[in-house]
Ligand binder design. Sequence first.
Ligand code: SAJ
Length: 405
Amino acid sequence: MNSCCVIGLGYIGLPTALLASKAGLRVFGVDINKEIIESINNGKCHIQEPGLNEIFTEVVKSGLLTAHLKPVEADIYIIAVPTPIFKKQNNIPLPNTDIVFQAIDSILKVIKEESLIIIESTSPTGTSQKIVQYIKSKTDFQLNKINIAYCPERVIPGNTIYEMINNNRVIGGINEESRNRSKKFYEYFCKGEIITTDANTAEMVKLAENAFRDVNIAFANELSMICSDLKIDTEELINIANNHPRVNILSPGCGVGGHCIAIDPWFIAAQSPNKSKLIQTARKVNNEKTKWVISKIKEQIDELSIKLSKPPIIGCLGLSFKPNIEDLRESPALLITTELIKHGYKILSCEPNIKSHPKINLSNLDEVIEKSDILIFLVAHNCFKDLNLSEKKIIDVCGITKKKF
Ligand code: SAJ
């Protein structure tokens, strides 16, 4: 094994391509976005993550990683493209694997019977088996010669490189050879344990992990709304409850964002709509929590406005889906800011991790602090910590001032 071709150079594909090339493999990175391809080949990294830029510079300079608009022949093909959710059926959003199949289409011209295809994209259970049948229908390959493994990414945005190297990995091969060859590939850069299983189980493991977290965050969010009614400090309650050796309640927040935990549970719900009541309810509770936070913010703004005796200028601090990252996908903070703008409040918004936003005018932190009458902390970015704001009215929904509601 000397080369691999990574299809999709986003949050997962690019770091995977970088680590494989740093380990000495010849890597062809492929994306349909021309700007990404040009940027990589010009030595400019389009994704920010701790430790990523250093590896990027090294492997692009050495020539081990090059970027292309079309797949290039290699020993292994890694599919790391998005699987969005689209239209709803009976109120359940359905996963859409079209982009994964388009990626498979794109490699059909270059794959050989003995090529190994690794799917990293989050996919409904059974997708790898469908891909086998699809490739069989489009080629003259023998069914038992096709090699596919489902190897879900498990990294947390903000710590991608560290986790991609150190986390345990799950490999679900459709046969022994797919499992063994995939294991060898990940051993190039993964120091964690590599656990092998069949493809269906690996697909479900990925979905179960994110649904587990969603359900547990929903429990914390539900408790926080109950505690608010009962005038109990949720944080104190959770700290005390977590003293119990078998209790570990997660932290309530202003909803669940990101392209993973807020989406993947629907993949399970779409496949088993009648058996996934808890999973579906958790999704609804977490979405409900954002609406609850919006109504609480409005109540507080209106109370503070009376004290100020004028319509206040409101500074919204943070737009990303969690602290210290640039990712705005499914972000509760973005939804809250958008709702407040729609409601007609005078809003100034600051997200230090991005340069601009198509719908929201961004201001820098100093300007927002100086001009706002009320500051709303929506995301606990490090750069928002320890600001001297004694003169300001503050609404804190992320706990940065330790006065979270
Ligand atoms: N959140 C809470 N309370 C908590 C923890 C998180 O409200 O106690 C919120 C965050 O604010 C954020 C959302 O949940 O809005 C998700 O954040 P996260 O940091 O828990 O997870 P992600 O979405 O960044 O990454 C998850 C991870 N999955 C698990 O922890 C099971 C990661 O390992 C996966 O690789 C990733 O999804 C993915 O790509 O699937």
